[in-house]
Design a protein around this ligand. Structure first.
Ligand SMILES: [Zn+2]
Length: 343
């Protein structure tokens, strides 16, 4: 790369921790960010500004007003345009750094597609909001030997740890079993402090940059726990437990081998149910809009169709996946889907 093209990175090249050699490594690296909400937008911004060569942003959702309190890449105009998060994030980041190759993917990460999304990158960053996806990502990353950085925030506190398959304990090692749904607090039930998100996402990016630059000796190697409100930070050693880990010791990828994941999922953070379809349908959104026009209020763009009927709102993506808002009752969502979309 010509010298003047490196000018934008001069302030981090000055750091002995990065330098010209580190910058070259970043420029030739690739990262997949799973989930582009609170954590994911900060992570994407950090990696793109730092000059990571190729960044894939995967998110299943669209933007809502209560996201803007903490999801730093989005604005009111994105909501008015009805943009999915992955698309809006990439549009914004293109203006920040046109040298980075950006790839938006509007999809739900599931056992059928996760390996395709992570096997060709150097690093995976966790911007998800649920345990099921994290266990799935852990299976895929250990199987394909791709490092990943876990991060989670709730209320005023959060934690992060870098997972290097077969070198550090994996996610399954220290969280032996998936928490029972409803047993852990979520951002919907207790809220979340925006600065806490920024801190954890920034620590995730810091660990991620070290991994990409192969500065293994600088890796924290421990779980970092931060409470932004209390102003405290702790490092915790993570053990592997006494028993063999099904994933990194025995090579059993239970989440990856699960059939298609759950067909219906209640979405974290709001009154909505997601309906997945098997396989990958290609739906004509204009065609569907024509059929629904006489039944309710329909709007659509290249990325999604929104249909309002009674007190419900259905958002349909071209692969057939649908988010039904206005209910957490899976039976109600299934009925609405069968009645109006009926794939
Ligand atoms: Zn393990």
């Amino acid at each position: 790369m010509a010298m003047h093209e490196l000018d934008r990175y001069s302030r981090q090249i000055l750091l002995p921790e990065i330098g010209a050699a580190g910058q070259e490594r970043l420029l030739s690296s690739s990262v997949a960010i799973i989930g582009c909400g609170a954590l994911g937008t900060v992570i994407a911004s950090g990696l793109v500004r730092a000059g990571v060569g190729r960044v894939r942003i995967i998110d299943r959702d669209y933007i809502e007003l209560d996201n803007l309190q903490r999801q730093i890449l989005f604005d009111e105009e994105d909501i008015a345009k009805g943009l999915p998060k992955a698309i809006a994030a990439v549009e914004k980041l293109k203006k920040v750094n046109s040298q980075v190759e950006l790839e938006p993917i509007v999809a739900d990460v599931n056992p059928g597609n996760v390996e395709r999304m992570i096997s060709d990158v150097d690093l995976v960053m966790d911007g998800t909001d649920n345990f099921e996806t994290r266990f799935l990502v852990n299976d895929a990353c250990v199987k394909h030997d791709v490092p990943w950085v876990y991060g989670a925030v709730i209320a005023t506190y959060g934690m992060t740890v870098a997972i290097i398959p077969h070198h550090t304990p994996c996610f399954r090692c220290f969280l032996a079993e998936m928490p029972v749904p409803g047993s852990t607090p979520t951002c919907d039930t207790v809220g979340v402090l925006s600065p806490a998100v920024n801190i954890i996402a920034s620590l995730e990016v810091t660990e991620g940059l070290k991994i990409l630059m192969r500065k293994d000796e600088g890796l924290c190697g421990q779980l970092l726990y931060v409470d932004a409100w209390a102003g405290t930070m702790k490092r915790m050693e993570l053990g592997k437990g006494n028993d063999a880990c099904p994933v990194c010791d025995l090579g059993q990828f239970e989440f990856l081998e699960a059939r298609e994941g759950s067909y219906l999922t209640s979405l974290c953070g709001r009154e909505a149910v997601q309906i997945n379809v098997r396989g990958e349908a290609r739906l004509s959104l204009p065609g569907l809009a024509g059929r629904l026009d006489s039944v309710g209020q329909v709007t659509f763009n290249d990325y999604m169709l929104r249909f309002r009927v009674d007190s419900y709102e259905l958002t349909v993506f071209p692969d057939g996946r649908t988010i039904v808002k206005g209910t957490t009752d899976k039976a109600v969502a299934r009925t609405l889907y069968a009645r109006y979309i009926g794939l």
